[in-house]
Design a protein around this ligand. Structure first.
Ligand code: SF4
Ligand code: SF4
Length: 484
């Protein structure tokens, strides 16, 4: 997954004036940007079934897959020189970045000190599977204030469905060992969960596990969408089908909805879910959601390979999206190039009319271009594979998001929404009880209560929120002036 999706400090990209291509380079001079660096390339000690980097080993056939000291030095120096912000993010990912060994990261810290501009600070981050962490690693991470993203897909039976080692054995126990080490050493961390065909059916098991057993208050959910060709063979960025491991669109929508309903009634203000935070920011019209996929444009999150090759994005590490090598052209110039600017603007300019007419476009923005391989109902290419799920999710959360937005605009805490919804839930439950089994269901579905919300649900989780909205025609989400 892209750590570019975790950027809250990025400036809103300057938009192109009246489509005049020639003015791009001067209009596109970002003060800061985000680089995801892959010091081991695609090399990993695990072999997660859906890892989209594995076939990237083919891009650098014969390579040792280790970033050299020269490339590291050049990278840190150019990163610092091209930033005009007080804080610089130094993000490591893989493959599995801990395979480089601690010495590599000690050297990276030395180089940060060597090239640091006055007043500049660094936020070092690393996305890891956690299996190689030790006390020594965690002492280093704590001392240098790293933020660690650790990948866990839920409780053991869900995590081990796809997160396996090269012998096909589940990695859950080793990952949890790594998590406990991070916690023991008080290293700042968050959990990244990829949502796939298996765990996608168990949203509350996943959420409650992360919250109550893993013990995190910060989580992000990234949909697994593997593109394949008509024979089911991997076809990254080119396939027009999704693999059988990929989460299904409606499944992903229901996954988010179930977790949102639990979160919005119990955990607002104490558990941070990146997708919900991004949605709230878009509902409030803040300009940037903090997740590139839910922004109107992108292009400020590039990926650096172990060789010094720079690509337009972590998800576009492919010959067609190679911007150049930092040994030949300065990284800042590559990011500020018209080519990279166009890449980011295409996220907006490539939307089909179906998205342009969509009432939740302000929240979705067609999500990531890498997933846009469907044809719209009116025959236009470029619709996001996950569209149906996003439509369901964004419509479902409209009302609570409006309550949150109203609270925040009146300088009240977002957590007020929990009390409002609890009162509404209680009132609705009372209305259902009073409606009579043969009377019209108070939800407005037009069905009898006994066939709708009054239906006995012997196996239902009694703590689950009432399914308000189920069976009700989906209301259009109100247009927001900020997004006109
Ligand atoms: S292509 Fe754009 S939206 Fe997609 S992950 Fe990359 S930066 Fe984010
Ligand atoms: S919900 Fe679907 S139609 Fe609407 S913006 Fe997103 S991808 Fe496009």
């Amino acid at each position: 997954m892209s750590q570019a999706e975790d950027i809250t400090w990025l400036p809103k990209p300057t938009t192109r004036p009246n489509g005049e291509e020639e003015s791009l380079p001067s209009a596109w001079s970002p003060a800061g940007f985000h680089v995801l660096s892959k010091p081991t390339g695609a090399i990993c000690n695990l072999a997660c079934s859906y890892c989209f980097f594995l076939d990237k080993e083919l891009l650098y056939e014969g390579s040792r897959f280790r970033m050299s000291d020269d490339v590291l030095d050049r990278y840190i120096r150019q990163l610092i020189e091209s930033h005009h912000t007080p804080q610089v993010a130094v993000a490591w990912q893989g493959g599995e970045p801990t395979l480089m060994g601690l010495g590599f990261y000690r050297r990276a810290i030395e180089l940060q000190e060597q090239y640091r501009k006055p007043g500049m600070s660094f936020q070092n981050t690393m996305q890891t599977n956690g299996t190689l962490l030790t006390d020594e690693w965690c002492e280093f991470l704590k001392e240098n204030e790293y933020l660690i993203g650790i990948s866990i897909d839920g409780p053991a039976h869900l995590h081990d469905a796809y997160r396996v080692n090269k012998r096909g054995e589940g990695s859950f126990d080793k990952v949890m060992r790594g998590l406990r080490l991070l916690q023991k050493h008080d290293v700042e961390y968050n959990i990244l969960t990829t949502v796939n065909r298996v765990n996608g059916d168990h949203p509350l098991d996943v959420y409650r596990f992360l919250r109550d057993e893993a013990g995190t208050d910060w989580m992000q959910f990234i949909p697994v969408v593997e593109r394949v060709d008509e024979d089911g063979q991997p076809a990254h960025l080119r396939g027009t089908y999704a693999s059988e491991r990929s989460v299904q669109p409606e499944q992903f929508g229901q996954f988010l909805i179930a977790i949102y309903d639990e979160w919005v009634r119990n955990d607002v203000g104490r558990v941070f879910v990146q997708t919900f935070e991004a949605a709230a920011r878009n509902w409030m019209g803040l300009g940037s959601s903090g997740m590139c996929v839910f922004n109107e444009t992108c292009g400020l999150g590039v990926a650096l390979e172990h060789t010094g090759d720079l690509y337009s994005c972590d998800h576009f590490v492919d010959d067609d999206f190679r911007l150049g090598n930092i040994a030949d052209t300065d990284m800042g110039d590559l990011v500020a190039s018209a080519r990279q600017h166009r890449f980011g603007q295409d996220k907006r300019d490539g939307l089909p009319q179906y998205c342009l007419d969509c009432d939740v476009r302000f929240a979705c923005h067609g999500e990531c271009p890498k997933n846009r391989f469907l044809i719209t109902p009116d025959g236009e290419p470029g619709l996001n594979y996950l569209c149906a799920g996003f439509k369901d999710f964004f419509h479902h959360i409209d009302r609570p998001m409006n309550i949150i937005t109203a609270a925040m605009k009146s300088s009240r805490p977002a957590s007020d929404v929990m009390q409002v919804l609890r009162q509404e839930d209680a009132a609705f439950a009372s209305a259902v009880r009073n409606a009579g089994r043969n009377g019209p269901c108070p939800c407005g579905s037009g069905r009898k209560t006994k066939q709708c919300h009054g239906r006995p649900t012997p196996h239902a989780d009694t703590n689950a929120p009432l399914p308000v909205g189920v069976g009700v025609p989906r209301p259009k989400v109100g247009k927001r002036a900020q997004h006109d």
